[in-house]
Design a protein around this ligand. Structure first.
Ligand SMILES: [Zn+2]
Length: 113
């Protein structure tokens, strides 16, 4: 049984102690009442909603698919562009497609943030 004193609930700023719970998970306990802070925290509802959102796939995992789509469309746009340029400019080579696609992606990702 280990306990850490001096913690503060990030939701309601109540002083809490982290103790080892029954299932080996650390649980916050009210310093004042000795009860689980999961029960006493006025923002507990909000927490469990946040925790639930973390358990389910977040938007970050769906961006992996979005990125793949973005990569493909960048590559396709680059291929079209280089195809046009290649018909008039002999210095344009197929590897330029990838260079250009990378630049397009960098530009796209900059726009997302
Ligand atoms: Zn709290």
């Amino acid at each position: 049984m280990t306990a850490t004193t001096g913690s503060i609930c990030r939701s309601c700023n109540a002083p809490v102690e982290w103790r080892d719970g029954q299932n080996g998970k650390r649980v916050p306990v009210d310093v004042a009442t000795g009860e689980s802070h999961f029960k006493t925290c006025p923002d507990a509802r909000q927490w469990s909603r946040q925790n639930g959102a973390q358990a389910t796939p977040t938007s970050s995992s769906s961006t992996a698919k979005d990125r793949a789509i973005a990569r493909m469309s960048a590559l396709r746009s680059a291929a079209i562009y280089c195809g046009h340029r290649g018909s008039t400019d002999e210095s344009v080579k197929s590897e330029h497609i990838f260079v250009m696609a990378e630049r397009m992606l960098a530009w796209l990702e900059k726009g997302e943030n």
